[in-house]
Design a protein around this ligand. Structure first.
Ligand code: NAD
Ligand code: AHE
Ligand code: ZN
Length: 374
């Protein structure tokens, strides 16, 4: 019978407050829950977004973190798909295979636990499994990986090949998978297509890698930080554009340079003005734009409806359309074969006690992924 575990976790006490690394209690996993010993967790821009108070679902105090990998420590009653010792990637996007969403075959969104993960609690009793000196601490995205142990729903753990390095494949828990999937699953980019990628941080670079795999003929990288361009070219961009270098709106620059616009575009910034530009740089009649970036609370997108009337399509993607428990193990196998980049995104390593330094770095613009080694 599993017992409560005392371990280190980084608590976010409120918006824009530094995280505090303290000893918390992680309760045993409840029914259909799994307790994972986290080996490594990276910081994604979405963690910074919620810590910055921009997430309408943000709850405090909480333990942030959703891009991780680890080893199952114990399982709760009724768990059949994983056992102690299994290597896993916690997935903020669950996959139960049975709910209305999963059985539709039309989406990777899963309805089985989303209402509870959005409220920072576990489904079986609507309570968190994390506490600090008796005070309940909310979960985040159903993962809360900025801790040595995390309790997650069984439907939110992907069992992966144990020969894969956990401190690298943690990136397949969010950013890298999202970018690759946005190209392959959401846009379904075909060989020879042209594309523009707005924002070339980790997610944008993973989109570029996905476009390379798809055989795109032209990949325009757009960023307001030209320091990002050497990596964009290394990953496979065919040209780079800084909107600040042009008098015309960036969408016009791209339309003029690509004989009427690109076949596909991707927003990887979360800026609603950029989302508009990304749609409007698409070719009349068929161009498709995929929103990946997460916009701040209260922000809305706009364009002239004529843009859509004349054939452009606006889409969005969550976790790149991947059905987590099924597709993440397959992504790990492809990583092991060297099909796409993963290690190359890791620019920094930290210990959990240094997590605030890692957040500072994320805001600085020089960091792709900082991995916290537990
Ligand atoms: P990041 O901060 O590393 O990258 C963002 C990039 O955008 C940076 O290179 C920045 O210089 C650039 N940028 C900022 N403003 C710009 C502008 N006006 N024009 C052009 N470029 C601009 O972030 P990331 O970790 O790569 O994440 C990117 C976005 O994707 C975030 O909003 C994140 O929350 C979101 N995200 C969404 C999903 C999903 O499933 N939909 C998954 C992961 C991340
Ligand atoms: N909570 C925010 C939305 C945040 C959001 O859109 N999250 C993305 C994943 S970002 C990962 O880095 C997502 O997949 N959303 C789908 C989902 O089910 O959460 C808000 O606006 O309320
Ligand atoms: Zn993320």
């Amino acid at each position: 019978m599993a017992q409560p575990i005392e371990c280190k976790a980084a608590i976010a006490w409120g918006p824009n407050k530094p995280l505090e690394v303290v000893t918390v209690t992680i309760d045993p996993p409840g029914p259909e829950e799994v307790r994972v010993k986290i080996s490594a967790t990276a910081l994604c821009h979405t963690d910074a977004y919620t810590l910055g108070g921009q997430d309408p679902e943000g709850l405090f105090p909480c333990v942030l973190g959703h891009e991780a990998a680890g080893v199952v420590e114990s399982v709760g009653p009724g768990v059949t798909s994983v056992a102690p010792g299994d290597h896993v990637i916690p997935c903020y996007q669950a996959f139960c295979a049975e709910c209305k969403f999963c059985s539709s075959g039309k989406t990777n969104l899963c309805g089985s636990v989303r209402a509870w993960t959005g409220k920072g609690v576990m489904k079986s009793d609507s309570k968190p499994r994390i506490s600090y000196q008796g005070q309940p601490i909310y979960h985040f995205m159903g993962t809360s990986t900025f801790a040595e142990y995390a309790v997650v729903h069984e439907v939110s753990v992907a069992k992966v090949n144990p020969s894969a390095p956990l401190d690298k494949i943690c990136l397949l828990g969010c950013g890298v998978a999202t970018g690759l999937g946005a190209v392959a699953n959401t846009a379904k980019v075909e060989t020879g297509a042209t594309a523009a990628v707005f924002g070339v941080g980790t997610v944008g670079l993973a989109v570029i890698d996905g476009l390379r795999l798809a055989g795109a003929s032209r990949i325009v990288a757009v960023d307001t930080n030209p320091g990002k361009f050497p990596n964009a070219l290394k990953w496979g961009a065919t040209e780079c554009v800084d909107p600040k270098d042009h008098d015309k709106p960036i969408q016009q620059v791209i339309v003029d340079a690509t004989d009427g616009g690109v076949d596909y575009s991707f927003d990887c910034t979360g800026n609603v003005n950029v989302m508009r530009a990304a749609l409007e740089c698409c070719h009349k009649g068929w161009g498709e734009s995929v929103i990946i970036g997460v916009a701040a609370s209260g922000q809305e997108i706009s364009t002239r409806p004529f843009q859509l009337v004349t054939g452009r399509v606006w889409r969005g993607t969550a976790f790149g359309g991947y059905k987590s428990r099924v597709d993440v193990p397959a992504l790990v196998e492809r990583y092991l074969k060297g099909e796409f980049k993963v290690d190359e995104y890791i620019t920094h390593h930290f210990k959990l006690e240094q997590i605030n330094e890692a957040f500072d770095l994320l805001h600085g613009g020089d960091c792709l992924r900082a991995v916290i080694d537990m």
